[in-house]
Design a protein around this ligand. Structure first.
Ligand code: KG4
Ligand code: ZN
Length: 345
């Protein structure tokens, strides 16, 4: 039997994305229109502008995804769309478009949880005949979420812990803003940190001493702020800092975040007894995190599947891949599918 081919649509935040994937792993196309230019001058994502950009871009992105995959509507077996969590206005556009296509083309509709799609995205890279990596501990690190899951399989995902305040990506973005490095901050901090000394400053490693698998990143952001401007000071010029100082702050911040993410992931492995780790989400592109996790897992005989760089940030391939598992289980949606801002009811 031939494996189903699915169109995946993603509009939950600031990327307009569509992809065509066969069998959950064979990515025929993956088109992402970023909105960096739209939001850069505001130093963060402006929801209304994000929604408008999705409206402008989505049709073209879907057309390009289908054209570069070489498929027409008759080749598609289903339409998958992120319907939660995310910015409400943004989700609405993807969900309405997916419903329209499903209805007019007569295809099953699949509603995908964005975070679960990040959690399962490491499997997209595996060869078609490789066994599934489940059960696995999944670390999902993005701009909106930092969570640990036990993935028994892509349709049975249990939350083990999550951030009680900021997400890791949010901390990267805020530290980039404190250091006046630009937006989005994660990739820039990652780059600047390469020239810095990760031991120059001892930033806090919150929650590592606790058994609970939750995270907290707001303290480290404040610690960076006070290190840069002086205790208790929230702003001021950066003139007193050399380029090397800035690289040292970036590298020390990044090292602290990586220690926490790696440490908590190892705790999750210990607590669950599951010896496979998968990692996804925008921050999974961070080179220090990838190296830290690789070294830690190597030492302990833990199998690690890092999501390939191109599927770390928001993309349609992970949505189509998750749609594949939903379709196989006949967990299709209907035209009552609603966008939801939150991850759970
Ligand atoms: O998964 P994603 O594209 O969107 C959300 O679902 O939030 O993640 C975006 C986040 C942003 O905060 C961005 O700064 C961060 O991922 N990010 C990185 C890197 N690349 C993207 N953070 C650290 N290092 C990177 N190389
Ligand atoms: Zn995401």
């Amino acid at each position: 039997m031939t494996e189903p081919t699915i169109l995946g649509i993603e509009t939950s935040c600031d990327e307009t994305a569509a992809a065509v994937v066969t069998g959950g792993r064979q990515v025929l196309s993956n088109v992402v229109a970023t909105q960096f230019d739209v939001h850069a001058k505001y130093g963060g994502i402006v929801p209304e502008l994000a929604s408008r950009a999705h409206i402008e871009n989505l049709d073209g992105v879907i057309q390009e995804a289908m054209a570069s995959a070489g498929v027409g509507r008759n080749d598609l077996d289903a339409i998958a769309v992120t319907n939660r969590p995310g910015l409400m206005g943004c989700l609405l556009i993807g969900v309405m478009s997916a419903k329209t296509l499903a209805l007019t083309w007569g295809k099953p509709l699949l509603g995908v949880n964005h975070i679960h799609a990040h959690a399962a995205s490491a499997a997209i890279a595996l060869p078609a005949d490789a066994p599934q990596p489940w059960p696995a501990v999944a670390l999902v690190v993005s701009g909106g979420h930092t969570s640990l899951f036990l993935v028994r399989d892509p349709l049975s995902i249990e939350l083990l812990g999550r951030t009680i305040d900021d997400a890791a990506g949010e901390a990267f973005d805020k530290v980039a803003s404190i250091l006046n490095l630009g937006f989005p901050g994660g990739p820039i901090v990652d780059r600047v940190a390469r020239a810095g000394n990760p031991s120059a400053y001892d930033f806090p490693r919150s929650m590592l001493d606790r058994e609970a698998l939750d995270f907290s990143f707001s303290g480290i952001k404040t610690a960076v702020l006070y290190r840069v401007h002086g205790p208790g000071k929230k702003n001021g010029s950066l003139d007193h800092l050399s380029e090397q100082d800035i690289a040292d702050v970036a590298a020390s911040f990044q090292a602290a975040v990586v220690d926490v993410l790696v440490g908590k992931t190892l705790q999750a492995v210990e607590q669950t007894g599951v010896k496979t780790v998968v990692v996804g989400g925008g921050v999974a592109a961070n080179h220090a995190l990838r190296e830290g996790l690789s070294a830690a897992c190597n030492q302990r005989g833990i199998t690690l599947h890092l999501t390939p760089m191109k599927y770390c940030g928001d993309n349609g391939a992970m949505v189509a891949a998750m749609g594949y598992y939903l379709l196989k289980a006949v967990r299709t949606a209907d035209l009552t599918l609603e966008p939801k801002a939150t991850a759970r009811e």
